[in-house]
Design a binder for this molecule. Structure first.
Ligand SMILES: Nc1ncnc2c1ncn2[C@@H]1O[C@H](COP(=O)(O)OP(=O)(O)OP(=O)(O)O)[C@@H](O)[C@H]1O
Ligand SMILES: Nc1nc2c(ncn2[C@@H]2O[C@H](COP(=O)(O)OP(=O)(O)O)[C@@H](O)[C@H]2O)c(=O)[nH]1
Length: 414
């Protein structure tokens, strides 16, 4: 096939560069904001967007029924992540904002806000520098599906949505013990979270709206709305049981918000299986190759094939095999490079085992630009390995391995 008709060969460095620098996500986030904000000068907007570099700041929504601990968890997350806590109360309390002033008037009269007013308040707040640079945590917003849709049209899309849940009876009971420190706004509880300092204890106040009747009414309102809100956030919702100690809820929430969701970026798996001999590397490699269409690259097998093909590297390897001494790492790396650079490995990805076997080989592989994006270490108890190796049988024809007790053989490396 001449060069003009040969398939376009993508150098392996390209996808690796894109992955290492999150180029796809960078472009996707910028394009998203560009289409939503529709600035008059797109170029300047894109430059400023890229210079902000805030694609990975917290963008969290915490929802849940009354007394589930939304504010408590939101506050703790805000402190831990050094991000901004935004709630209806904090938005309408904003100073020097005519929008907030009219919202305060409305809220004092009706104890609620029109959807559009709340969303415009939120948009005004999220545009401020601290929210752009340090991200935000919405406490109990959105309250309705209409608000969720309006927020989305503004281009405000959370990266993580946490939904706290607990039985209504627990929440009604719990809310009765809620107390607030009027000086700091900190939330406490007469049973579960009582401050040690007597000075704080003495100044705590009983917040409004925590009676059984009031909590029950709000619970009804919440259950009616939440089922219509959640479809707005497919794949990024995590439900956490709030009927457990605050600290446990917090750590589950923190673990979740620190995970990075898979992006839509094209992903070529480059899998590395490490582990002692007999730990099942070959078997798992074969199963992974079969399931995900990866190229199964067994280093030992590669060296044997190089010798069988009498290639130039094969002739370099032969003497070491005959003397049963270790083949130099740089020679192994040359054989490996030849295989991993082939089109099938670049396009489909690979699962490598039997190399690297030590830190020097790992550094050599890294320096040559072969960076796995998934590494698994197979940890098997010593006596299990002994048992497996004594029972291991290899088919001399196909190279497949099986267990003398009949464990079915997985296909060998390709
Ligand atoms: N996991 C928990 N276990 C026990 N008590 C909790 C837990 N989480 C919060 N609390 C207590 O329950 C009360 C309500 O907590 P918080 O105000 O954070 O809930 P909320 O969901 O924000 O409520 P609301 O929607 O009414 O503002 C507080 O006294 C708080 O200390
Ligand atoms: N019981 C059990 N045996 C396994 C498993 N994986 C591999 N084996 C068997 O253990 C032996 C060693 O497996 P192998 O994949 O060759 O290990 P490697 O040396 O790490 O490549 C073979 O006989 C396999 O059939 C496993 O998950 N469970």
């Amino acid at each position: 096939m001449d060069a003009t008709t040969a398939p376009h060969r993508i150098p392996p460095e390209m996808p690796q560069y894109g992955e290492a620098n999150h180029v796809f996500e960078l472009m996707q986030n910028m394009l998203e904001q560009l289409l939503i904000q529709q600035p008059k000068d797109p170029i300047t907007f894109m430059i400023e967007h890229l210079q902000r570099d805030n694609d990975y700041v917290p963008k969290i929504v915490i929802l849940g029924p009354p007394a589930s601990g939304k504010t408590t968890i939101a506050m703790w997350l805000g402190k831990h992540l050094n991000s901004n806590l935004l709630s209806v109360e904090s938005l309408i309390a904003k100073e020097y904002s005519s929008l907030a002033a009219s919202a305060r008037t409305h809220y004092q009269k009706f104890q609620t806000l029109p959807n559009m007013l709340l969303v415009r308040l939120l948009q005004e707040r999220l545009r401020e520098e601290d929210c752009v640079r340090r991200g935000w945590i919405l406490d109990g917003i959105p309250e309705t599906r209409e608000q969720a849709l309006l927020i989305q049209t503004l281009g405000v899309s959370p990266r993580h949505v946490i939904v706290l849940s607990a039985p209504d009876t627990v929440l009604i009971e719990r809310n009765l013990g809620k107390r607030i420190d009027p000086q700091t706004g900190e939330i406490y509880h007469t049973t579960f979270d009582w401050p040690p300092e007597s000075e704080i204890q003495n100044r705590l106040i009983v917040p409004a709206g925590i009676s059984e009747g009031e909590t029950a009414r709000r619970l009804l309102e919440y259950h009616r709305n939440i089922v219509r809100i959640l479809p707005s956030y497919p794949k990024i919702v995590k439900v956490i049981t709030a009927d457990q100690p605050c600290v446990d809820v917090f750590y589950q929430a923190l673990t979740y918000v620190q995970t990075i969701h898979r992006s839509n970026a094209p992903f070529t798996p480059r899998v590395l299986l490490c582990g002692p001999v007999g730990s099942g590397k070959s078997r798992q490699a074969a199963l992974l190759a079969q399931k995900y269409g990866l190229v199964n690259v067994c280093c030992g097998q590669l060296l044997k094939e190089a010798m069988a093909d009498k290639s130039k590297y094969g002739e370099m390897i032969q003497p070491f095999f005959e003397k049963e001494t270790a083949v130099p790492s740089y020679v192994i790396m040359k054989v490996l490079k030849q295989r991993l650079d082939q089109q099938d490995c670049v396009e489909r990805g690979w699962v490598l085992h039997d190399f690297p076997r030590d830190r020097d080989q790992a550094c050599l592989m890294d320096s040559m630009g072969y960076k796995p994006n998934r590494v698994f270490f197979l940890n098997v108890p010593y006596d299990s390995i002994i048992e497996r190796l004594t029972l291991r049988r290899t088919d001399p024809v196909t190279g497949e391995r099986a267990w003398a007790l009949g464990l079915s053989a997985a296909p060998g490396p390709s």
